[in-house]
Design a protein around this ligand. Structure first.
Ligand SMILES: Cc1ncc(COP(=O)(O)O)c(C=O)c1O
Length: 450
């Protein structure tokens, strides 16, 4: 009988979380202690859920940690990004450039501002916006670039900022996957004009449904406040004479206020965040060293020699090369890995440029697809060159995200990869190839790949 579990062998990963100190919290996140519980209970006991006092404290501490002048807590990351786009002046007929491989919230709310989304390709090494493919996407309508530090990897900010400067464009950093990560010693989110992030429970900085934006630019900050935070949109909080005229009601008509239960938890989580990320970093590095000589797979990582880091390692990505494994499809590979006890599925985020929301939906009754409601050209014509984004899901998948440095458990994962790769020839026979659309955290309704 084959050694492979898919053919009846013993699975390589034998540990199952059943109780204390046996590895059951290996993947559990966030780490919640009595300190979090006390802070959250205090908010509830005081009935302070809808206030802003704790959120302002959290913002102040977040600013200190980030090294930013202003921060604004929001009720989710989507709201933070929406406000950031408005704050950067995005409006009717403008274009924002966004990588196709990201979560929809990085860009989709641009349509509600009357702007449209132009997709750019990602770098095959980092899976972040590829600066080499960026400039060709710029037109006289381009107002901003959305940079996503995808799965904790810092984007190539020097090159992106140089292009933005040349064309006088605003840069928004979506730090939802990379809170606390650094690029050349600088905190991610402090290099462009504004940073914004999701802090929802699935993220590495995880405090419930919450978001944050931050900037050094007072004008940008005030516009973000004016958009969806009426409770601090008062004349005495604003320097801008223009904005003061409208103080008291949000310009966007949105209410973005952060729930203070999240803010209270955020203050506690922040105190421990860097240490917890350091442990994750150690765990992932240990795993990486263990798989480095295994053909067909490698971990997407950052070269740390210049002070760049991947804080939190939010869902580490494995690049898969079928050519090194006799053409074995990623689907078959992942199937064999799951049988070994490693929870992996083919693909990462699905490309956004093929999603019907970005190709056909007439959301606001303009009599034409929303993406070109205020555009005088069909910007989707330019999507043909998104070659990396179009095939990345056949060549990458998410690794279970270790939260603790426990070599004896991580060794089992390394052994599972070794075993499947060493025996990959046995898998070729039953390989039906990749079926349907791969990737995606949620069941996106994507058009079939042509
Ligand atoms: C890259 C990215 N941007 C934005 C968001 C949206 O944040 P939220 O879910 O908090 O609204 C997410 C995920 O949730 C994300 O992964």
């Amino acid at each position: 009988m084959s050694e492979l579990a898919i053919f009846g062998g013993e699975p390589a990963v034998t540990y199952v979380g059943t109780g204390k100190n046996d590895g059951s919290d290996m993947f559990k996140w966030p780490v919640v202690t009595d300190e979090d519980r006390a802070a959250v209970l205090d908010v509830i006991n005081k009935g302070a859920m809808s206030g802003t006092d704790i959120t302002r404290e959290f913002e102040r501490e977040f600013c200190e940690w980030m090294g930013a002048k202003y921060a604004l807590g929001t009720n989710n990351g989507t709201a933070a990004l929406h406000a950031a786009m408005f704050a950067c002046g995005l409006g009717r007929g403008d274009e924002i450039i966004c990588p196709s491989i990201t979560f929809w919230a990085s860009c989709t709310s641009a349509y509600s501002l009357g702007a449209t989304v132009v997709f750019a390709d990602v770098d095959p090494e980092t899976l972040c916006l590829d600066p080499k493919k960026l400039e060709e996407k710029i037109t006289d309508k381009t107002k901003a670039i959305m940079v996503v530090h995808y799965c904790a990897h810092p984007a190539d900010m020097d090159a992106i900022m140089a292009i933005a400067k040349k064309h006088n464009l605003k840069v928004i950093e979506d730090v939802s996957h990379a809170q606390g990560g650094k690029y050349k010693g600088k905190m991610l989110g402090t290099i462009g004009d504004i940073g914004a992030a999701s802090l929802m429970s699935g993220k590495s900085f995880a405090i419930g449904e919450a978001g944050m934006l931050w900037t050094d630019n007072q004008e940008i900050y005030e516009r973000a406040v004016a958009f969806g935070s009426y409770e601090r949109f008062y004349t005495y909080e604003m320097q801008s004479e223009e904005l003061k005229k409208y103080a008291g009601a949000p310009l966007g008509g949105f209410k973005h206020r952060m729930h203070q239960v999240s803010a209270a938890m955020g203050r506690v989580q922040l105190r421990h965040y860097d240490d917890r990320c350091a442990e994750i970093n150690k765990a992932v590095k240990y795993f990486e060293a263990g798989i480095k000589d295994i053909p067909g797979i490698r971990l997407v990582h950052v070269d740390e020699s210049d002070g760049s880091t991947m804080a939190g390692w939010y869902v580490p990505v494995i690049r898969y090369n079928p050519d090194e494994l006799g053409g074995l499809s990623i689907t078959r590979f992942c199937e064999a890995m799951r049988a070994e006890g490693v929870s992996v599925n083919p693909g990462v985020n699905r490309p956004l440029h093929t999603h019907p929301v970005h190709t056909m939906a007439d959301v606001y009754h303009d009599g034409k697809p929303t993406y070109r409601a205020f555009s005088d050209r069909d910007i989707r014509e330019g999507d043909k060159d998104l070659s990396v984004s179009s095939i990345i899901n056949e060549q990458a998948f998410f690794l279970p995200w270790f939260k603790h440095y426990r070599p004896e458990i991580i060794d089992q994962y390394i052994a599972a990869f070794k075993k499947v790769v060493e025996n990959h020839k046995e898998l070729l026979e039953g390989d039906k190839g990749n079926q349907g659309t791969l990737g995606g955290w949620f069941r996106f309704n994507h058009a079939k790949k042509s």
